[in-house]
Design a protein around this ligand. Structure first.
Ligand SMILES: *[C@@H]1O[C@H](CO)[C@@H](O)[C@H](O)[C@H]1NC(C)=O
Length: 540
């Protein structure tokens, strides 16, 4: 099966080479149009930006400060305190439920909660602990998250709760069983509190849909919380969750992590089961680009969650229990894609990349490498790789609807589909028509990247070129995913790390990538950078 695929790939590559020679001009024209389009959208972004800012004037709100100290304890420590009976699971779950009720009217991140059941389960944990014969270590081994509340992105399936994923024709649909990732968290003793908001079918970098509406950024409600794991991002940023899970096919964990000032880890391809995720498709490329992964307010909790999500055997293979010696790490870095067509990276994000490299080399003894990667055409070749996925679920096809009719209808507010989803489908069409197939270039880039990083290298790179945009500004921030799709299409792990706030009070962040199966390097560097940058900063 695998060999056959390789042969096919090679054949496609060879064919493509020949076609390229014959139709070189055609390809140049195709990509030329795409370049013009990007440059034009970048130009429009500058024209429209002041309008967005002007409309948001005086409307900015943020969430109230945290008063309960329980909300400032990391999940690793919460679990330890529950085991030691220093804090009860009921007390902790109640603290989070109170906080969610306080902030949700402001951020609108919850699709459906299960607070009553969660409190019952917490009570069962506390009762169990009063008569439990196991010692603390054994308990930690079997149930590392016993009694700790967790939040779940709606697309990951939490039994009995909404599983509409923002689609009107799925409204009222409930998950019949737990997705595998959720099941593993439950087995580890975690208590799910709710499912959180996503864009329609997870197809946008802004979490809004016709069922739940817009999720707001906890630092500035006129801004987006990102997407597609935007509900998780907003809850974590608001201090209304300590750990959660999201999914990421082009940046959907790392972009909300950046926008909401938290940590998010996109694991190596295929190490976390996707069972129960919606949308899903059987194309192998889809299964290697999409991942489910942990999001958290404290760096250390990512590793604990990843171990649970992959299971003991794989955690050992990934050496997640071994200490990483930062002395032996090579650091590569770039401050942007270097494409002249795209928006420049915000100065605070560039500064964070510089600062991280400086800190790691002066304080941790890492070796800084000069080598730069050729990432100018990421959008073309990595974007094409994603949009080449066969049988991506197309909600319009199922209903016999036409994208252009729906776009016209949406202008008059008459479409059943969100403008976000139609925008995504339009981008898909643009890739089909105007971006040439770059299988060979992509393969070369991927190989160089992975070989250079090896088993001891990390790559520090912006998570996106700006901090959170205003609501609906994503239409003009067309190249945002250029920074994140790299890790999805290469199958590489990547951790988003918060680096303080920008001049508008919005979170700044960067991502740490590594070669496949070297997740531990990203996580170790993230923990180190948390010390330097101060990690999550509560909204004021
Ligand atoms: C976790 O929380 C505890 C209690 O607040 C704190 O002492 C500890 O340093 C934290 N650990 C990390 C790695 O953040």
């Amino acid at each position: 099966m695998k060999n056959q695929m390789d042969t096919n790939d090679r054949r496609n590559g060879l064919c493509q080479n020949k076609t390229l020679e014959l139709l070189g001009i055609h390809y140049i024209m195709m990509d030329f149009f795409f370049s013009i389009l990007i440059a034009f959208m970048t130009f429009l972004r500058f024209l429209t930006h002041p309008i967005y800012v002007w409309f948001a004037q005086g409307k900015k709100k943020s969430v109230p400060p945290i008063t309960n100290d329980i909300l400032r304890i990391n999940a690793t420590e919460l679990a330890a305190k529950i085991r030691k009976k220093q804090l009860s699971s009921v007390e902790i779950c109640q603290a989070y439920i109170d906080r969610i009720k306080q902030v949700n009217p402001i951020i609108n991140a919850v699709v459906e909660d299960r607070f009553q059941q969660a409190l019952k389960e917490a009570k069962t944990v506390d009762d169990y602990l009063t008569k439990c014969a196991l010692n603390e270590e054994d308990l930690e081994k079997i149930k590392p998250l016993l009694g700790v509340p967790v939040t779940i992105k709606e697309s990951c399936s939490l039994q009995g709760l909404s599983y509409a994923v923002g689609m009107l024709n799925r409204c009222g649909y409930k998950a019949e069983s737990d997705g595998e990732a959720v099941a593993r968290l439950k087995t580890s003793g975690a208590i799910p509190l709710l499912v959180s908001n996503t864009p329609e079918m997870c197809c946008c970098l802004e979490s809004s849909n016709f069922i739940t509406g817009y999720t707001n950024n906890p630092y500035d409600t006129t801004c987006t919380s990102g997407g597609s794991s935007g509900g998780e991002g907003a809850l974590l940023g608001a201090g209304a969750s300590v750990i959660g899970i999201g999914s990421d096919i082009a940046g959907s964990i790392r972009i909300p992590a950046l926008y909401n000032g938290i940590f998010g880890h996109k694991p190596t391809a295929r190490i976390v089961s996707l069972k129960g995720h919606f949308p899903y498709c059987y194309d192998e490329k889809f299964k290697s680009c999409l991942v489910i992964g942990p999001m958290s307010r404290y760096a250390k909790d990512l590793k604990l969650m990843l171990k649970i999500l992959v299971g003991d055997k794989q955690a050992t293979q990934l050496k997640l229990n071994q200490k990483v010696d930062l002395n032996k790490i090579n650091v590569f870095f770039m401050e942007g894609t270097d494409s002249i067509l795209e928006t420049r990276v915000q100065s605070e994000i560039k500064a964070a990349v510089q600062d991280a490299v400086k800190y790691l080399s002066s304080q941790c003894g890492v070796k800084v490498k000069d080598h730069k990667f050729e990432l100018k055409y990421t959008l073309n070749c990595c974007g094409k790789h994603i949009f080449n996925i066969k049988d991506l679920p197309d909600p319009l096809k199922g209903e016999n609807d036409n994208i252009f009719t729906e776009i016209i209808k949406t202008l008059f507010g008459q479409s059943r589909y969100t403008p976000n989803l139609l925008h995504y489908l339009l981008v898909n069409k643009i890739y089909d028509l105007f971006v040439s197939d770059r299988t060979m270039e992509f393969a070369q880039l991927k190989k160089t990247f992975i070989d250079s990083l090896g088993d001891n290298g990390v790559f520090i790179y912006p998570s996106a070129y700006t901090t959170a945009g205003k609501h609906n500004q994503f239409y003009f921030l067309t190249t945002t995913a250029a920074y994140t799709i790299l890790a999805n299409t290469f199958g590489c792990p990547s951790t988003s790390v918060p680096c303080g706030l920008d001049k508008n009070g919005l979170p700044v962040g960067i991502q740490i990538m590594a070669a496949p199966n070297q997740d531990r390097l990203c996580l170790a560097v993230a923990e180190e950078l948390e010390k330097h940058f101060g990690g999550w900063v509560p909204p004021k």
